[in-house]
Write a protein that binds this ligand. Structure first.
Ligand code: SAH
Ligand code: ZN
Length: 762
């Protein structure tokens, strides 16, 4: 199996990666491309960082591929990293901090352990603990505190194992915990070997949002057979996976492209402006799990068709039920409402003790056991965590379209070693696909979930279409700047003389061509693999009088990364008429000082966990974060509630009509902090002024006016920039506190950098 380590890959596209592998490894690798792509898909978002670390050692043995992303040249490059690559950064970026801030998780592990130790003592047994994947050593220290006879800990990720050694020493546990810096599956038992004897109590936390995505099945099976006594107790002892079938057009925005309709006033216009090729309509969609903070999804987006259904159950000891690498299940339900079976929502719970008195649930608030019977529960009433979220699985398109309330249906569920998938059956005999869905159209491979959402977003589509209608006429020679921008088709349909689309990426180009053909605009749209800069003027019908960018590039991680369109435009001036219209015309970076309700936990020091000192871990994170180049990281802020502590302000505007400036631009100013709360960060975004008309602004920020002290509603189809402050001052409006900002734009590499300083009583 080839494991791939991705740096800085949040919500990126995988085409380049696939391409890279096919070209680099073809002939050398015999496992089939699917098997490792699956793994990569599984760890495509932040909670899967743990998975990444889990396999880093294997990666290391095979040399490390590091993704280097340059938003301004728009390229993703793959480099092979030297052996002495510094993994500290990865520890810092990892989910460990947020996981260790998860008090409910820590407390329930401790409680499950205490009770299980007591169970063994009651039977008069010695207690020999094995902690698989010890991380910082937390669970091993808990075991020591329970007064067990011996503790063995193992950890596959070496930088963390090093950290565990120091944390154990600082807490006086180094002597009591035998630490093995290995993957559990490499451990040998016997006199003089890694472990002298088998353990009779296993404590481990190797779960991800999909429960099994971190390789738990193999870890448990191996431990049962090789590392534990037949009567061993397990903490946790069991896990249950829940699934809830829902109908939701809005969730489908992240998965399925809908035809684009033009709003024609008064007319009943069923004829789409952009229709979707058959191959795209029929595609089963991406296999990748969509992990999400489900409690943040507006309730009016979803209609529940089933109650939460138990679909899989794992007895980690394997005694009541053997753990299988692959399993399927069928659960009947009758539809709670009319609707289409669009998606399955998934979460799981863990039985932490042996009896089931200590349960840990990852349910969204509406299904959370702690809120049972409470009608007015919200996400605020349940523990927050980012290392485990909930997941959405989109159902294949053709299966069950519209169902009536009360309709008897069957939910089909399947898992393999690392992942889950689902389908819905009308009755037991109706044929359904039991196969894991695989994207056959390419759209789901080339585009991230949020990009698909953007492509369906009525707010964006209406603005683009309005602008194009206003500016496109039969003289228009239009150059589209972007990746997979379907507005090229719209421009042709709206009557442009000629539209040019440059798609250097093979898959994106093929998909674009399919759209061009199925919309019958072949004579109007030229799709080329060449960069505009390399196309001589003679090859185009006439100098371009319009350049259009959404703006979106698959390499843009932060909103302002799409400034690439500015650079692109300036590389192709030879193809443009002198007065060619440039859309977008301007970009403005905006910011608002906020109190993040929970997101601060991903970086905040722990100081201690359950009475154990964690300063060593804190300083590891802190030094690594200080060394990190990026102070601003992308997050989909609609998933992470933040209250405004001041009015938002524009920080810097760049005029995209002319060439980028010669010299760096720096601006500074300040926010008056008029809210009340703890200032722990800034939220940053970009507004793209398409035409200099206020109604033509495409914002990647708030979608409703921001009110100081209230939670902000964000655009759900982009990630915003998050800056977390080290010092978190208390803000009160009568103290006249301000936050100074410094924003620089460096034209050489197109980077925008930020600095913020808090000042009291000015
Ligand atoms: N037990 C710690 C850390 C949990 S994170 C805590 O509860 O705070 C999971 C850790 O397990 C990661 O550090 C990962 O590298 C490690 N891991 C996962 N599977 C493993 C295995 N089979 N053998 C050793 N380490 C493993
Ligand atoms: Zn597809």
């Amino acid at each position: 199996m080839v494991f791939m380590y991705l740096q800085n890959t949040i919500d990126t596209n995988f085409h380049d990666l696939q391409h890279f592998f096919i070209s680099t490894l073809s002939g050398k690798y015999d496992g089939g491309i699917e098997s490792f792509l699956k793994i990569i898909f599984v760890k495509s978002r932040k909670d899967c960082r743990k998975f990444k670390q889990n396999h880093l050692q294997q990666v290391r043995n095979m040399s490390v591929f590091i993704q280097q992303h340059n938003p301004m040249t728009g390229t993703i490059e793959w480099g092979i990293q030297p052996d002495d690559y510094d993994y500290k950064q990865e520890v810092a970026r990892s989910a460990y901090a947020d996981m260790l801030h998860d008090k409910e998780r820590n407390d329930k592990y401790f409680e499950g352990l205490r009770r299980s130790v007591a169970d063994l003592r009651m039977k008069g047994k010695e207690v020999h603990v094995l902690d698989i994947g010890t991380g910082t050593g937390l669970l091993s220290m808990m075991a020591v505190a329970c007064g067990v006879d011996s503790v063995t800990a193992c950890e596959a990720f070496h930088p963390v194992a090093e950290c565990a050694k120091k944390v154990l020493t600082a807490n006086g546990c180094a002597e009591k915990v035998h630490l093995i810096p290995k993957r559990s599956t490499e451990i040998e038992v016997g006199p003089g070997k890694d472990m002298e004897r088998r353990a009779n109590l296993l404590i481990t936390e190797v779960f991800d949002t999909e429960l099994i995505g971190e390789g738990g099945i193999e870890t448990y099976k191996h431990a049962q057979e090789n590392l534990l006594t037949p009567d061993a107790l397990y903490v946790p002892s069991e896990a249950t996976i829940y699934a809830q079938v829902v109908s939701s057009e809005k969730l489908q925005y992240w998965n399925r492209l809908s035809p684009v309709h033009r709003k024609v006033q008064g007319a009943n216009n069923d004829d789409p402006l952009i229709s979707i090729p058959q191959s795209v309509q029929e595609c089963a969609g991406a296999a990748a799990v969509h992990d999400i903070q489900l409690s943040q999804v507006p309730q009016d987006w979803i209609t529940k068709l089933s109650h939460p259904l138990k679909v899989f159950w794992f007895d980690w000891s394997g005694r009541k039920k053997k753990i299988d690498y692959e399993e399927t299940s069928r659960v009947k339900f009758s539809s709670l409402a009319p609707g289409s079976c669009d998606a399955v929502l998934m979460w799981w719970d863990l039985k932490m003790d042996q009896k089931g008195d200590v349960m840990l649930s990852c349910a969204p608030y509406w299904a959370h056991p702690d809120l049972e019977g409470k009608e007015d529960g919200t996400s605020e009433h349940i523990p927050w965590r980012d290392h485990w979220m909930q997941a959405i699985y989109y159902l294949p398109p053709q299966m069950v379209s519209q169902v009536q309330e009360g309709k008897e249906l069957t939910l089909f569920s399947a898992h393999d070693e690392y992942s889950l998938w689902f389908n819905v059956q009308e009755n037991q005999d109706s044929a359904i696909s039991e196969e894991r869905p695989i994207c056959t159209c390419g759209i789901h491979i080339v585009n991230s979930r949020s990009r698909l959402g953007q492509m369906n977003d009525p707010r964006r589509l209406n603005t683009y279409l309005r602008i194009l209608e206003k500016h496109i006429n039969s003289d228009s020679v239009c150059f589209v700047l972007g990746d997979g921008c379907l507005m090229a088709v719209a421009a042709a349909k709206l009557g442009a003389r000629q539209v040019y689309v440059s798609e250097s990426n093979d898959s994106t180009r093929r998909i674009m061509q399919e759209f061009v053909i199925s919309n019958a605009v072949q004579d109007k749209v030229t799709v080329t693999h060449m960069n505009y800069a390399d196309i001589p003027l003679e090859q185009v019908i006439a100098p371009g009088n319009i350049t259009f960018s959404e703006p979106f590039f698959s390499t843009s991680l932060l909103p302002w990364h799409s400034l690439y369109c500015w650079y692109l435009r300036n590389s192709m001036l030879h193809l443009l008429a002198e007065n060619a219209l440039s859309m977008p015309k301007k970009m403005t970076v905006w910011g608002v000082p906020v109190q993040y309700r929970d997101l601060w936990k991903i970086r905040a020091p722990l100081h201690e966990c359950n009475g154990f000192k964690m300063d060593i871990f804190d300083s590891l994170i802190e030094t690594a974060s200080d060394e990190a180049d990026e102070k601003v990281e992308p997050h989909p802020l609609w998933e992470y509630p933040a209250r405004a502590l001041a009015k938002p302000q524009p920080l810097m505007t760049l005029d995209l009509g002319g060439a980028p400036p010669e010299k760096a631009i720096t601006v500074s100013g300040s926010f008056s902090l008029t809210g009340t709360g703890t200032l722990n960060g800034m939220a940053l975004w970009a507004d793209w002024d398409m035409t200099s008309c206020p109604e033509d602004i495409i914002s990647t920020g708030p979608v409703k006016p921001v009110v100081v002290n209230e939670y902000i509603s964000w655009d759900v189809y982009t990630q915003q920039g998050v800056y977390l402050m080290k010092e978190n001052p208390l803000i009160k409006p009568d103290l006249s506190q301000i936050l100074q900002y410094y924003v620089s734009f460096c034209p050489n590499d197109g980077t925008v950098s930020f600095d913020f300083k808090f000042n009291k009583n000015i």
